[in-house]
Design a binder for this molecule. Sequence first.
Ligand code: AMP
Length: 180
Amino acid sequence: MSIMGGVEAQMRLEDYIRDIPDFPKPGIIFKDITPLLGAPEAFREAVKRMAEPLRGRNLDAVVSVEARGFLFGAALAYELSLPIVPARKRGKLPYDVISVTYTLEYGEDAMEMHTDGVMAGQRVAVVDDVLATGGTLAAACQLVEKAGATVDVLSLVVELSFLEGRDKLQGYEISSVITY
Ligand code: AMP
């Protein structure tokens, strides 16, 4: 970080998010986080900004969502010295799982977590890279609740507020580093 007039300039993390128009299909502007991952200072700053609001909340675990959510979830769990629990697409986890189905634009999918991933009564943070329409995070929250645990906070790097994903996530506290 540079020092300007004695005050630390805020790193502009937006500068490390690349817009890819029409990916993966026409009309979608994909927020590519790989420039952020490729710049250690920016990545550290993003993880720091995700971690700060989560401190002192008595969290028991970080649940992170396949696949880009793992990148930030793992760093955040490391930073906060918490266990990290993967939430994955159907059929990927090797041990006994709990499962929820959720609706995609076409058809449906299932998200799974190991039965010993989070325990009843625990408080967890759910982490992903991007909040778009909110369907993915809503499924992850359902999974945590099915295990008898509580979602204390949702933590994202990027929130696409114009897609109104918060409507699907009412009642949850949401912490985003960058909002568009
Ligand atoms: P959603 O369920 O619509 O909130 O979509 C969230 C998931 O899809 C996240 O795991 C994101 O990684 C990915 N995603 C959806 N839309 C975008 C986008 N415009 N740019 C980058 N990732 C996206």
